[in-house]
Design a protein around this ligand. Structure first.
Ligand SMILES: [Zn+2]
Length: 243
């Protein structure tokens, strides 16, 4: 393990490559935290990136020793992660219950467009992943925003800002002031699953907790969400493998 590393006080992590005994190299992001009371090691389920959070007074050496002691845990976790599915010409991406095949075309201008089962992506080959992700994000915004406003109107609740993000584990969130946030990756799920997450967050506009009244409201707006919740548990993590 490399010992030469300057850890800055800022939020920007320092990045280390950690060779593991199974021959894999893990990417370790090291950052300092004024709030952390102890050394924390976590693994981002979407990116296979390890994050090491050090309290201000802890030495980097002790942090790296902490990582070494947990090497088997790291190896086991990485083995459980969904494979990285690169966005490239010919790759399949799920989209609202369908599968779209990515088709790169040599044309410098224009935005991606649907052509039957294909998503045609113009531009340089190197820009295909970013342009595809931008397209998915735009679709998510165009699909989720009106659905959220329509559901909120049904319970006569005002909605604040609606933002699309890419959080590692959450599909949606609702702030006490009525701002909603959704994972744009929901457009890669079947539409019924996306609808459930929208209804879930809208129901929080009236019921902030997950009590009986909350689930009764979900049931009223959506029906029984058991299958959709199960889908997210089983297939949700894989949606993070498209990068
Ligand atoms: Zn909730």
């Amino acid at each position: 393990m490399k010992a030469l590393l300057r850890v800055k006080g800022a939020e920007e992590p320092e990045i280390l490559r950690v060779p593991l005994s199974n021959g894999i190299e893990a990417e370790l992001h090291v950052r300092r935290s004024t709030r952390a009371r102890r050394v924390i090691l976590r693994l981002s389920p979407r990116s296979n990136i390890l994050e090491l959070v050090l309290p201000m007074r802890a030495s980097l050496k002790s942090g790296l020793a902490f990582v070494r002691e947990r090497e088997q845990w790291i190896i086991d976790c990485l083995a459980d992660q969904p494979a990285h599915r690169p966005l490239q010409d010919g790759a399949m991406i799920p989209f609202l219950g369908e599968n779209l095949v990515l088709r790169h075309i040599e044309r410098s201008r224009g935005i991606p467009y649907r052509e039957g089962e294909a998503l045609v992506v113009p531009g340089l080959p190197a820009h295909l992943p970013r342009r595809t992700l931008d397209w998915l994000r735009r679709q998510a915004r165009d699909i989720i925003t009106p659905k959220a406003r329509e559901k909120a109107a049904r319970i006569s609740k005002p909605v604040g800002r609606i933002t699309l993000r890419d959080p590692a584990t959450r599909w949606g969130s609702c702030s006490p002031s009525g701002d909603l946030s959704f994972s744009w990756r929901l457009v890669m799920a079947p539409e019924r699953v996306l609808d459930y997450v929208v209804v879930h967050e809208i129901a929080h506009l009236r019921e902030l907790n997950h009590g009986a009244a909350f689930w009764a409201l979900v049931e009223e707006l959506f029906g029984d969400p058991t299958a959709e919740k199960q889908w997210l548990r089983t297939h949700g993590p894989a949606l993070h493998s498209y990068r």
